[in-house]
Design a protein. Sequence first.
Length: 449
Amino acid sequence: MQALTLFWFRRDLRLQDNAGLYHALKSKFPVLPLFIFDADILDKLDDPQDARVSFLHQSIQHLHEELQALGSSILVRYGKPSEVWAQVLEEFAIAEVYTNHDYEPTAIQRDEQVKAMLAERYIPFHGFKDQVIFEKLEVTKADGKPYTVFTPYSRMWKNKLNSRMEMPDGAGEEEAVSFYLKPYPCEKHYANFHQIEPLPVPALSAMGFHASTVEIPSSNVSRGLIKTYDKTRDFPYLLGTSRLGIHFRFGTISIREKARRAQELNETFLNELIWRDFYAQILTNFPHVAKGSFRPEYDRIEWRNDEKEFEKWCTGKTGYPIVDAAMRELNSTGFMHNRVRMITASFLTKHLLIDWRWGEAYFAKKLLDFDLASNNGGWQWAAGCGTDAAPYFRVFSPAAQQEKFDPEYKYVRKWVPEYGTAAYPKPMVDHKFARERCLEVYKIALKGV
Ligand SMILES: Cc1cc2nc3c(=O)[nH]c(=O)nc-3n(C[C@H](O)[C@H](O)[C@H](O)COP(=O)(O)OP(=O)(O)OC[C@H]3O[C@@H](n4cnc5c(N)ncnc54)[C@H](O)[C@@H]3O)c2cc1C
């Protein structure tokens, strides 16, 4: 049997500018790519038409075609990763394994398990940073501890980015690029893909899913949109943000390429990409956030957790039009604009006093761009219990937010056609009353802090 290097695709579904794949292709053995449809994850999804699974399947199909054009293929399996690995190690002579880092607690556990299986057979497992610009403890305070506040973190992030500028070969000075944003030229080494006949890709139906009809936002964003991003990004009725979230989530685009574009065109857009790194490092360095509040004293809050009220929030029937529009947009498209993510999250936690983890789980189920680190960070921010949180006494007024960010009710009219008619419900709770109730409950929980 021919000795092979195996490259394990996960959240990095592209052949271009892929750190781990680049290193795999430079190894001394031909490279066979692997993707596992993880039964541990898929079996927990309750919508057989989950758009993210469809997108994943399409992306794998696309990789399959690209690899076929290069005379190679991709090994695609469905099952529990440890069981799939046991089979793959029987079927192929694997000399080395390459992959990119994944920072979610369950992914880290999975990788440790696979690493141990490989170690028993003396097979090296190489991991690389690919999905963020800076990971783990690469950007820290002077004492080496991780930042927990965004502004100083982002300042240090930018200092580090600009501290190592390099000139690509033969380029003029204006083309100097940060070492950290340089692309990995995988294409120079494509000849090292293992040359084989196409391998079969399991059908969606074999895994219990069907193709979704939900439209996936394009991975091509115009320069014009990024250039004006700072002026348009706050208004949910405009197409003023990139909608690249799902592509970052599955790695169908390169973060380095988008960060170079952001650096060139719009600082505000770059800052948003830094938020993504910020929350990824928070999850890595403070993994307890995946289950509880970053500030543990907030776990003392006596949530009301009324299931009927939660249902009204989920279905967009709260009687607050901007909240309802946002929830209905989420339910029908899998997307929700950042401004209204903040408003709906604040409403659930502060107006209704429902545990932020209920909202976090609902978003995880519905968002195309669901990402544990950013979703958790966003929810903890809204509930006031997170790293860089809004102080708990700042309770968004839905009416004031409406006035500021959708003054002509364009967004509301699009998603709540019955708004302004007798069919639209009255507000489920009075704003002033809810605000005072929230302050009281938080105050009791945080007494003595
Ligand atoms: C309660 C709540 C839940 C959220 N859940 C998620 C989630 O599951 N997945 C997710 O990617 N983002 C999440 N966000 C952050 C943000 O709302 C989305 O990234 C953004 O709305 C996605 O739309 P876009 O791709 O058009 O972003 P753009 O505005 O075009 O920004 C470009 C990219 O920057 C990153 N980004 C932007 N804002 C943030 C932010 N505040 N935090 C982290 N990264 C950011 C994203 O990768 C985004 O795709 C959440 C925010 C809140 C308040």
